[in-house]
Every structure is written in structure tokens, then in C-alpha cells.
Design a binder for this molecule. Structure first.
Ligand SMILES: Nc1nc2c(ncn2[C@@H]2O[C@H](COP(=O)(O)OP(=O)(O)O)[C@@H](O)[C@H]2O)c(=O)[nH]1
Ligand SMILES: [Mg+2]
Length: 319
């Protein structure tokens, strides 16, 4: 699936992709260098939908190439076109650049139903999103206007990412192959639950941190804010102690891998485990019996057939 994001330099395009698809915080991407030319990146959104994102640097010298020698390559076979403008700039360059993009996208992709327009940075006090909307829509032919979907957003506050996620979710629901993958993963997490005293399992996609599926159906959580479990002071201390213990036992030290974390509340166990490089699964037990934790650990062990099935299903989705 090809996502093409366009718009003037500095409107927030790269910030949006990095925060929504790679789970970086806004602060981490605040000092990005301007994008030079087009950057292409492949994402597996929610572990299900393969997205090839084309992020087009906005400077004029690049713009000329997009509409010149690179036109066929840039504008053909677009599935998800996004135009991003900032809500502060109202000058006479804004509308011609927008018209050019809209016309070219529909010319090259006559069957596309929607171009999504993000009016960004509405968190800023001098944001003029209504003026910008007016500027972009004034005297637009109705047949074009009805194919444009405008949303005032802020990458800084997270509403732009929410909007992008919901657009991509709609795409997943329209695609049979994505729904097939999702149903398969759903039935695997149900199997895990059936073998673990009814514990609930929630599966996350690692790169974007978004939930893929769970035994509780769809619900919203924050995206997981880690890519791999971080080695903190505690873990390096544990490693020291382990190494020393093995030395005193005259045994070999094998590398400690931190891919499972067990926590407890007064009534539950909560276990988080990495599913190879693709995902992270979190289990919440129904009780605090030792037998339950044993079952969860067992079912999540690398050699358990259900867990293997989960790894394979996620790998398959990643192909
Ligand atoms: N206040 C505010 N700043 C933003 C927002 N989105 C992006 N920025 C900032 O705008 C600048 C340009 O962002 P960038 O993603 O590089 O824009 P691009 O040229 O369109 O890729 C960066 O300093 C971002 O931190 C937003 O929603 N609010
Ligand atoms: Mg950029």
C-alpha cells in the first residue's frame, strides 16, 4: 500500500510519520533536519498492513522534480494520499501548490476516492486553521471538494497521529487479506487464554507500539513506548549477580536475555514477553495462583506450539 505525503517544507510531515509509525515521541523528533528529496520507508502498520510511505521533502527545488522527471514514479499507484499544510501560513503560495498536488493525484489515480488534508500545528496560539481551510477550498469545483477530507490536527498533541491511525484502520477493514491475518492472530490469542487459566492476552506490534489484537476485543490503550526492553540498572545488577553465582559454581555463564518481565499486583500477575522482533505480548492473569503463572510462562515459552504458531503468524504478516 503506497502512502504519499506531500506539502510545504516544515509543515510536520516527517514528524507525523516518525511518531505515528515508528513510535518516537514528539520531543525526540523535534529537531529533524529538513527532508531532502523523497524518503521511502516500509512499515507494517499494527502488524497487519504493509505501508510503503513516501515522504516528499517540501523545498521548491525538489517540488520541481516531483512534477517533472520523477512524476510517474512519485504519483502513480497511490493508495493513501495525504497533503499537510501548517495552520499558520496564509500566503499566495499555499493554494497553487495544493491545487497542483490534488490535480496530479487525481490525474494519475482517477479511481481514488479521497485525499486527506491535514491542517497541522493547531496547538500554536497563532494558528489560523479556519483561514487556511477557507483558502484551500475557495471556488473548488464540487466534484473535487467532495473527494477531499480536511482535518485540523496537531502532531505535537497527538491528534494527527490518531487521525492517521484511524484512516489506516479503515484500510485494514477493507482488505480481506488483512482481516484474514487479524482473525488468525485473534484465534491464537484465544488459544493462549484457553491454556493459561483464562488469563487475558494483549498483543502489540513492536515498531509502532499499537495493539494488534487481544482476548478482550478492541479497546484503546496507549501505544507501547519501547522498541525492545531496556536494560536498566536493575538488570545489569542481576547480570553481575548471575555471573558471580555461576563462577562460584564453576559453571558456564550463558548470556542473559531479558525478553520476559513478570510483575504482580495484590490480585494478578502481569507478564510481558517479546515475540521475536515483531511484537510484544502482555498477559494479565485472573488470579494469583502459582499454577497460573506456571501455565502462562509455559504457554509463552519459545518451544510451546501455540507460541510458535503466534511467532509464525506474525512473521507471515511481516513478509
Ligand atoms: N507546534 C508544533 N510544531 C510542530 C508540529 N508538527 C511539527 N512541528 C514542528 O515543525 C517543524 C517541522 O517538522 P517536520 O516534520 O520536519 O516538517 P516537514 O518538513 O513537513 O517534514 C519541526 O520543528 C517540528 O517539531 C505541531 O503539531 N505543533
Ligand atoms: Mg520532512
Amino acid at each position: 500500500m503506497k502512502l504519499l505525503i506531500f506539502g510545504p517544507a516544515n509543515s510536520g510531515k516527517t514528524s507525523l510519520l516518525k511518531t505515528a509509525m515508528e513510535n518516537h515521541t514528539f520531543i525526540a523528533v523535534e529537531n529533524l533536519l529538513p527532508t531532502r528529496g523523497i524518503i521511502r520507508e516500509t512499515y507494517l502498520f499494527r502488524g497487519l498492513l504493509e505501508i510503503s510511505a513516501w515522504d516528499a521533502g517540501g523545498q521548491q527545488r525538489y517540488q520541481d522534480r516531483y512534477y517533472g522527471s520523477q512524476e510517474e514514479n512519485v504519483f502513480s499507484s497511490v493508495d493513501l494520499p495525504i497533503y499537510m499544510v501548517d495552520a499558520l501560513t496564509v500566503d499566495d503560495t499555499v493554494r497553487p501548490a495544493f491545487d497542483k498536488f490534488v490535480n496530479k493525484v487525481f490525474e494519475k489515480n482517477p479511481h481514488l476516492s479521497t485525499i486527506y488534508v491535514f491542517i497541522n500545528k493547531i496547538d500554536l496560539p497563532d494558528s489560523k486553521e479556519e483561514k487556511v481551510h477557507e483558502l484551500l477550498t475557495k471556488d473548488l469545483p464540487p466534484e473535487i471538494h467532495k473527494k477531499l477530507s480536511f482535518t485540523p490536527v496537531s502532531v505535537k498533541q497527538g491528534s494527527a497521529q490518531q487521525r492517521l491511525v484511524s484512516i489506516c484502520d479503515q484500510l485494514i477493514e477493507k482488505r480481506i487479506e488483512n482481516m484474514g491475518k487479524l482473525n488468525k492472530l485473534r484465534s491464537i490469542v484465544e488459544e493462549l487464554k484457553g491454556s493459561a487459566n483464562g488469563a487475558d492476552f494483549i498483543l502489540f506490534n513492536k515498531r509502532d507500539g499499537l495493539m494488534i489484537t487481544s482476548t478482550l476485543g478492541k479497546f484503546t490503550t496507549q501505544s507501547l513506548q519501547f522498541i525492545t526492553f531496556q536494560i536498566s540498572a536493575l538488570e545489569s545488577n542481576v547480570h553481575e549477580i548471575y555471573a558471580r553465582t555461576m563462577e562460584l559454581r564453576n559453571s558456564k555463564v550463558s548470556p542473559l536475555s531479558l525478553n520476559t518481565i513478570v510483575m504482580e499486583s495484590s490480585t494478578n500477575f502481569v507478564i510481558a514477553k517479546e515475540v521475536e522482533e515483531h511484537g510484544t505480548i502482555v498477559a494479565v492473569s485472573r488470579d494469583k495462583k502459582l499454577e497460573t503463572i506456571q501455565k502462562i510462562v509455559e504457554v509463552l515459552s519459545d518451544t510451546n506450539p501455540i507460541f510458535e504458531k503466534l511467532v509464525n503468524a506474525l512473521e507471515f504478516a511481516a513478509v
